[in-house]
Design a protein around this ligand. Structure first.
Ligand code: URA
Length: 200
């Protein structure tokens, strides 16, 4: 974790950060993965999304949210006039946890300096935390996503001098399992659209 912090603090561009993450050997899940999954989309976008962890498709292709969850995420984005040219996407960890288990606290702690630096380099107008794990790692390690969604939060970290408006939304994988919750996600997406309309 100390090494991750040291490496992250030195990066001055997204390309540098990508190279540092790709060659970082501290995280055990890298050993069982095929690819480092760093990001997708537009690094100059106003909107940055942080998901949970790469799954099987992401691991093979090296692109975040390119499987079934990604298809629903793209639909959700399209519903509020966004797509991958208008958003930037990454995750709380850069490698697939074996068998799609949740990332451990150690894995989250080790990747967090890179995620923090990533957000500090992008400086989006709004940060969207996709699912409970992203909220747990970056926003609040006690409150559940059900408590955190539905309102805006402010986010900052050790590499930032300002704070960023932040929303939490249900993870598309959860919505695929619990489609009756989609109406809440729709409320959250509409609030994000409204925020972008009045702040750009
Ligand atoms: N789920 C995530 O949280 N991230 C991905 O990249 C893919 C699925």
């Amino acid at each position: 974790i100390i090494e991750a912090k040291r490496l992250a603090s030195r990066c001055n561009s997204i390309n540098e950060l990508r190279d540092v993450v790709k060659s970082f050997e501290g995280c055990e899940i890298k050993k069982t993965s095929t690819n480092t999954v760093f990001s997708d989309g537009n690094p100059n976008a106003n909107v940055m999304l942080i998901g949970e962890a790469p799954g099987a498709n992401e691991d093979i292709q090296g692109i975040p949210f390119c499987g079934a969850s990604g298809m629903l995420l793209d639909k959700m984005l399209r519903a509020i006039d966004l797509d991958r040219t208008k958003v930037y996407i990454s995750n709380t960890v850069f490698w697939r946890p074996p068998g799609n288990r949740k990332p451990t606290d150690l894995e989250l702690d080790m990747c967090r300096p890179f995620v923090e630096k990533h957000i500090a380099l992008v400086v989006p107008k709004i940060l969207i935390l996709v699912g409970g794990i992203a909220c747990y790692s970056l926003l609040d390690n006690i409150k559940t996503i059900s408590k955190l969604r539905g309102k805006f939060h402010t986010y900052t970290n050790q590499y930032m001098s300002t704070s960023i408006t932040t929303a939490a939304i249900f993870h598309p994988a959860y919505l695929l399992r619990q489609p009756q919750q989609k109406h809440l996600a729709w409320e959250d997406l509409k609030n994000i659209r409204e925020y972008l309309n009045s702040n750009s």
